[in-house]
Ligand binder design. Sequence first.
Ligand code: OGA
Ligand code: NI
Length: 376
Amino acid sequence: MAEMEIGNDEQIMLPKKEHEDYERAKEVKAFDDTKAGVQGLVDVGVVKLPPIFHMPREYIHDHPTLNGHNLHGFQVPIIDLKHVSDPCLRKEIVDKIRLASEKWGFFQVINHGIPQDVMREVLEGVRRFHEQPREVKMNYYSRETEIVRYYTNYDLHQSKGASWRDTLICVMAPNPPPPKSYPSACREILVEYSKHVQSIGEVIFELLSEALGLDPDHLKDIGCLEGHTFGCQYYPPCPEPERTLGHVRHRDPDFLTILLQDQIGGLQVLHQDHWIDVPPLEGALIINIGDLLQLISNDKFRSVEHRVLAKSVGPRISLACLFSTHLEPSKRVYGPLKQLLSPQNPPLYEETTILNYLNSYKSVGGLENALSFHKL
Ligand code: OGA
Ligand code: NI
């Protein structure tokens, strides 16, 4: 039993576990109240990982890691979109996307048409935001549902070990706010990148529709492209990278994510019970099937767990564009698409709204599969 003080002179005894939880909650709150994020710790020169970032061992060592080019030949598929408008070659691209979405839930695309300059500059914009003085950034620090907000770990107060990462969230569509709502450090480039990512998103959803045997506009017509939100991730160099993660394992709570990563590396995807590196590929974008697409495809396409290792080098910067209407979830209900069902392939999920699904995601945290709550 540990002794602790409540108020001025009252003393109560708490069992050890509860005492530890209480201490942790206090430290988490103190850290959150600084509104300075992980970068704020790096700024003051921490040389040891603060205990709130210590992850339970089983979060880190749950599956063995295999390097991207390994004996098993596992490698996240790379798909070249150069000839996407050529009707003969398009079929081959659709076949590759189908296979990757079924087996991996992850693939990289090259020759997608977003200029390299724009990709480089948007990551620079994210860096500029996160490297501003605390006084500027703290105005955006929030755990509410603002269109623009910055924080460390959306589940900081619930998780057993925090990830070594700060995030700037910017909702870009639908109903984008006036550009001045976005931080001046990255406002223009975020808006520009948003237009590009919307166009490539449209191409990818067309290919995915075809890969499901549907009309090319099908996924667009049911609203998959209606909204997108940017998660602008910043992973500062970590003093004890083996004791934590940059981003704990999770599935994405959307239809699809288009991820742009810099050249540092650390992203891993779970494939056949192994963590596989997704090595940075200059100019590529990473496409990641989200839970909602798994649900409407009735498990044909897989939303796959992924994570980011913490590293002593950095910062690592990435921008995840999540296609969904997060803040203004539409009233539409989503269930397995009727066109994909048959007596041999009955629906696996009940119909749900995006809001209902997001509530299950929040209640279990990313570590568990929120889709299981919507199974029939
Ligand atoms: C995410 C994500 C990976 C990365 O934001 O959902 O998985 O490389 N990001 O930052
Ligand atoms: Ni993710």
